[in-house]
Every structure is written in structure tokens, then in C-alpha cells.
Design a protein around this ligand. Sequence first.
Ligand code: THG
Length: 278
Amino acid sequence: MKTILKSKSQEVIIDTDGPVLIIGESINPTRRKKLVSTLSEGNFELAIQLAKTQIEGGADILDVNVGFPGVDDEKLLPETVKAIQEAVDVPLCIDSPNPKAIESALKVIDGRCLINSVNGEEKSLEAILPLAKEYDAAVIGLVMDDDGITYDPEKRFKIAEKILEKAVKLGIKEEDVVIDPLAMAVSADPNACLVTLETIKLVHDRLGLNITQGASNISFGLPNREALNMAHMVLSIWNGLTCPIANPNKITTIVRAADLIRARDDYAMRFTEFFQNQ
Ligand code: THG
């Protein structure tokens, strides 16, 4: 399954049979006070700096999230997208819970982006899927619905299936639906990672879709987050994760290693090139 994304002049293909691609998470004001204050002033320098640092660190796609209390994201999200597109040439992943902010960003996108995200709630399906169709974007489907978050992998899978069915019914191609199995903090629930890993496997085996997840979420509240994130990343990749949302400056080494070990990197080209460039 191939999900094709585009920036101004580059095409990036998330391929279930190819290497793992990294969606850089860092343009996100959560826990970045400086990003909140600079973006509030209409200053995009830090956001652009984060874009460049992540691309140097191995990001193939950049998540853009400008959500913080009091923000008018309908205005700020497209402004930020424009500033980033002028500075760098990689596809974007537009991250907002607000359909109006998503639509205003879609209007200024150069190329073909990934919408982050729709979920199984009726309200979300009705608001987001028509936007993906109208603006020809791919879309991330989060496996939660009107009943909330389930801890049963089979139920999470059913929600993935429902999102896919609704999308296809609207004329969205199945390869343009990327499933997010919901990675949550393992400090809060001992089964959190296992449920996610099993959901990844079910979606991979039965639907064959591309799969993402917020890969730093699992380690909140624990020491040595990097080690935890890396262990979880390798296990998730082995089960079928193809495009994690993560901090590339911390996770790319293990992603390149996992790809080489899984025979997704002939002659260790990507592995060697990455370390030569660092
Ligand atoms: N799924 C989807 N989208 C998502 C998430 C998801 N978007 C938001 C979030 N979850 C993923 N993005 C982030 C961004 C930053 C951090 C975690 C997830 C983060 N930042 C560090 C911290 O909190 O300490 C600080 C920066 C760093 O380590 O570099 O962890 O699940 N579809």
C-alpha cells in the first residue's frame, strides 16, 4: 500500500513494503513555551528552525500543530503552514482537532498533505472525511469513537475498519487512509503498549494500510524516555508501523537500524548515508 504525499517539488511515498518514514513531531507547542510565545507574536522563526533541525535529523514529513489555549488556529495554522512551506520542501501533516483550522490550512497547502486526524466519532467522520476528498489529502484515522477509547484490540480494529469503509464510500482511496492505533502512556496503564502493538498487527495483517502513531506518547511520566521510545518503536515497526510521529533527532538511528535488519535498506545505503551526514 502506497500513500503518496507531496510538497512543492518533492514526492514522498509511505509504502508498507518500504522503509519507515518519520513524521517530525516537534512543531507542537505542548511543552514548548517558546513556540507558544513566538507563534502568538506571528514570529515563525522558531517553527522554521524546528522544521530544518528535524529534516536534518531524518524527518521525511513534518507534523504542524499550533494548538494552545487561546489561539485562533483557524488563522494561525495556515499562516504557519505557509511560513514552513516557504522555508523547507517536505510534505506536511496538518494536526488539529478543529475541522475549520484543518480546512483553512488545506486551502494553502502546496502539494498533497496528510490530515491529522479523523476518528470514529460520527461528528468527526462527517466533518473531516469530506475535506480529505475535496482537497485531495490523505488522512490519519484514530481508532476511538463515540464510546471513547477501548482497550480491546479487536474493537480498535473494528473502528479502523469503520473509518476505512466511510472514507472509501466518499471516494477516498484506501491507500490514503493511515491508521493510528492510539499510543498511550504505559505509566498510566501496564497494558497500554501491548494493546497498541496488537492493534497495529491486526490493521497490518487484515487491512494492509499504512500505520502511524505518536511514538513519544508512551513514555510520559517515566525516566529514560529515549530507551522506552526506542524499544517501543522497534516492536511497533516489526508489527507494521510505517510512519511514526516522533522526534527524528532522537529516533532516526533506531529506525534506520530496524529497516536494515528487516531487509528494507539494500546495501545499508540509508543507514550509512544517515550516519555519514550526522
Ligand atoms: N497521534 C496523532 N497525532 C498526534 C499524536 C498522536 N499529534 C500530537 C502528539 N500525539 C504527537 N506529537 C508530540 C509532540 C511532542 C511530544 C510528544 C508528542 C513530546 N515532546 C517532548 C516532551 O513532552 O517532553 C519534548 C520535546 C522532545 O523530546 O524533543 O514528547 O498520538 N495522529
